[in-house]
Design a protein around this ligand. Structure first.
Ligand code: IMP
Ligand code: MG
Length: 170
C-alpha cells in the first residue's frame, strides 16, 4: 500500500489560480451558484471559491451510485436534491470525472430545473474511462487511468486530507 505524489500542493494551487481567473472573467457581472459534490470536492471548492472574484453562493449535494457493478450505474442524490437552481448560474464542482456517470446524471437532473446556465468544473479528468459524452467546461488536470487519492479524494475514506494528489497502489 503506497501513495506516490503525482501533483504537488504548489502545482494544485497554481492551477487553481489560473482557473479562478478564467472563471471570474467568464462570470463577470453574475453571481455563481456553486454546487460542491460531497465529499471529494470539499477542499477544491474551498480553495477555488476563495480565489474567484465574483460573488459566489456555496451549496452542497451528496450523491451515491447504486448498482456499482453495472457500468451505467444509477445515481441517487442523498442530500441537496431540493436546491432551487431556477434562474441561477450553476457551477457544479467535482473532484474527478471518471466514467462520467455521476455528472451525466446531474447535468440532466439540473437541466430540467431551468438554471440560467449550467457548467461543470472538475479538478481532474480521466477521459480514457468515459462512458458518457460529458466534457467539463473547466478542468484542472487531465490524467491517465490511475487511481488517485488526496486533496479530497479517498480510498475507503482514507487519504482525503493529504495536501497533494497521489497515485494509490496496493
Ligand atoms: P464517475 O461517475 O464514474 O465519473 O465517477 C466519479 C466519482 O468516482 C468521483 O466523484 C470520485 O468520487 C470517484 N472516483 C473516480 N476515480 C477516482 C480516483 O481515481 N480516486 C478517487 N475517487 C475516484
Ligand atoms: Mg466525487
Amino acid at each position: 500500500m503506497a501513495v506516490e505524489e503525482m501533483i504537488s500542493h504548489d502545482a494544485i494551487a497554481k492551477r487553481i489560480g489560473e482557473l479562478a481567473a478564467r472563471i471570474s472573467d467568464d462570470y463577470a457581472g453574475k453571481e455563481i451558484f456553486a454546487v460542491c459534490i460531497l465529499k471529494g470536492s470539499v477542499y477544491f471548492t474551498a480553495d477555488i471559491t476563495r480565489r474567484i472574484s465574483v460573488p459566489c453562493k456555496l451549496n452542497f449535494i451528496k450523491v451515491s451510485s447504486y448498482d456499482g457493478t453495472q457500468t451505467t450505474g444509477r445515481v441517487n442524490i442523498d442530500y441537496g436534491s431540493e436546491l432551487d437552481i431556477s434562474g441561477r448560474d450553476v457551477l457544479i464542482i467535482e473532484d474527478i470525472i471518471d466514467t462520467g456517470t455521476t455528472l451525466g446524471f446531474l447535468k440532466s437532473f439540473y437541466a430540467g430545473k431551468s438554471p440560467a446556465s449550467l457548467k461543470i468544473l472538475t479538478l481532474l479528468d480521466k477521459p480514457s474511462r468515459r462512458l458518457t459524452d460529458i466534457t467539463p467546461d473547466y478542468c484542472g488536470f487531465v490524467i491517465e487511468d490511475k487511481f488517485v487519492v488526496g486533496y479530497g479524494m479517498d480510498c475507503n475514506e482514507k487519504y482525503r486530507n493529504l495536501d497533494y494528489i497521489g497515485i494509490y497502489s496496493e
